[in-house]
Design a protein around this ligand. Structure first.
Ligand SMILES: *[C@@H]1O[C@H](CO)[C@@H](O)[C@H](O)[C@H]1NC(C)=O
Ligand SMILES: *[C@@H]1O[C@H](CO)[C@@H](O)[C@H](O)[C@H]1NC(C)=O
Ligand SMILES: *[C@@H]1O[C@H](CO)[C@@H](O)[C@H](O)[C@H]1NC(C)=O
Ligand SMILES: *[C@@H]1O[C@H](CO)[C@@H](O)[C@H](O)[C@H]1NC(C)=O
Ligand SMILES: *[C@@H]1O[C@H](CO)[C@@H](O)[C@H](O)[C@H]1NC(C)=O
Length: 425
């Protein structure tokens, strides 16, 4: 594919002119190349989503509802890091449509599959929108930041003291698998990270106190160990003494970013040290074989081909949150580069599938397309590539910097017509 250098800086408002580039041509030293590859992968990912600027659509089965929230989070990163605003209206429509009657992402249509972790993934997306002054075009509903706070309020009410000295359960509704027994780190990490981000965004110490509390609880029950490994969960029935030893890349990453946000917010060296420890422990998600040093993989399932629908997207969140953490805590950046640069080289060699020769596979350490395609695979690749631009983009806003913006930047598809319909001030 021919490569044309972009003429607009990434952070410029409006539509950046980006020439799409095949992943195999990725040059990680050239931000125009990174943007071009991200554009190609973003289009591949959004090919799985049938929604538009006017309409939300469920992801096709067997995807769960949470993954639509996760996809919007990835696309918010895409918009922010590359400056390509083409998808902004589609993202805003999805976030607004799914917010639920209490504006807290408790969506009655999805109660059959909604746990605390699912709600948290929509929370990560609305907080990213708040921290970037992403347009919120509907005057009749709260700001993105308020929605994030509403999620937080709904979750702290579920803090459960009946066993384990506290903690959130995985599920909200007893009918769901595992019901009201399992206390897991993706749910508690979600509350931890949301608390940390609200503390930084608002300066309100109530959120900080909760972030401390959730971290302390996770350590106290042994779900984060001294080395910084984050284990999957434990049961109420056993008072959390039966630690499930599985570790997943996204759980570590959720705590990692929360710790980095608190390091930035509090300037307390303990949080930077915790973030460094979590990133060090995350080396376990790299280097599956001697011939694949520092190439990322989901070690609980990938090399034995047992990753389920959810797990297929986990590496994407490790990338999302590790890059974002290293923006706020620069001491993390050398380790991120040590691990992510070889990963990117392998990824570029494996995203050569399909008729376009640009589809991404799952096993990057093959250094060749493995024939495994899906939304999860594209999202993993997208976050891993576009996060390279995080250091050039504005850092997350806070305090008075956060404003409710009603209009979209110019650019993207059918801008003028839709802007009027969506109620510009
Ligand atoms: C990658 O980009 C850098 C910076 O633009 C450039 O100096 C280098 O030649 C490029 N490498 C390749 C292989 O094109
Ligand atoms: C259950 O675990 C909590 C937290 O570790 C502990 O404080 C409490 O004493 C334990 N309860 C019982 C009955 O062992
Ligand atoms: C801080 O946040 C909590 C929880 O949302 C809220 O109840 C409280 O009113 C806030 N405090 C201030 C000073 O805004
Ligand atoms: C608290 O957790 C226990 C299990 O330890 C569960 O039986 C109970 O329903 C939970 N309470 C709430 C309000 O979720
Ligand atoms: C890397 O090593 C593994 C395990 O020895 C082997 O199965 C695989 O084929 C090797 N990959 C490459 C690209 O040589």
């Amino acid at each position: 594919m021919r490569f044309v250098k972009s003429v607009r800086p990434a952070a410029a408002a409006g539509a950046a002119i980006i020439a799409a580039l095949a992943p195999r041509d990725l040059n990680i030293s050239d931000s125009a190349s990174i943007r071009g590859v991200a554009k190609t992968i973003a289009a591949n990912a959004m090919a799985y989503y049938a929604g538009t600027a006017d309409r939300f659509e469920e992801l096709p089965p067997p995807h769960y509802w949470w993954q639509a929230g996760a996809l919007m989070g990835s696309m918010l990163d895409y918009s922010h890091y590359t400056g390509d605003r083409s998808y902004d209206r589609v993202i805003a429509r999805a976030l607004l449509h799914q917010v639920g009657p209490e504006f807290d992402y408790m969506s009655p249509a999805h109660f059959g599959q909604e746990g605390n972790d699912d709600q948290a993934f929509w929370g990560f997306a609305v907080l990213a929108a708040a921290e970037r002054n992403f347009p919120q075009p509907d005057e009749s509903v709260p700001s993105w930041l308020q929605m994030g706070s509403n999620i937080w309020n709904s979750q702290i009410r579920r803090w459960n003291m009946s066993a384990c000295g506290g903690g959130l359960l995985w599920q909200i509704f007893p009918e769901n698998p595992n019901g009201l027994d399992y206390r897991n780190t993706v749910s508690n990490g979600g509350l931890f990270q949301i608390s940390a981000r609200l503390a930084r965004a608002t300066g309100n110490d109530t959120y900080l106190a909760w972030a401390e509390k959730v971290w302390d609880w996770t350590e106290a029950v042994g779900l984060i160990d001294a080395e910084g490994n984050v284990y999957d969960g434990a049961s109420s029935a056993k008072n959390c003494t039966d630690t499930n030893p599985l570790t997943f890349s996204y759980t570590a990453a959720i705590y990692l970013y929360g710790a980095a946000v608190l390091a930035d917010h509090t300037r307390d060296a303990r949080w930077a040290e915790r973030a460094e420890r979590l990133l060090e422990a995350s080396r376990s998600f790299f280097s599956p074989y001697d011939n694949a040093t520092n190439v990322m993989y989901e070690h609980a399932c990938e090399h034995v081909n047992t990753c389920n629908q959810d797990m297929r997207s986990f590496k994407g969140y490790l990338s999302r949150f590790a890059y974002a953490a290293s923006v706020l805590v620069p001491s993390l950046r050398p380790t991120v580069e040590e691990l992510w640069h070889p990963t990117l080289e392998a990824l570029a060699a494996s995203c050569t599938g399909g008729e376009s020769g640009t589809q991404c596979g799952q096993h990057w350490y093959w250094r060749a397309f493995d024939g495994v395609t899906g939304l999860g695979e594209e999202m993993c690749a997208l976050e891993t590539v576009q996060g390279l631009l995080a250091y050039e983009a504005p850092p997350p806003l806070k305090g008075d910097q956060i404003k409710t913006v009603r209009t979209f930047a110019s650019g993207g598809s059918s801008g003028k017509r839709r802007r009027r319909r969506e109620g510009a001030l």
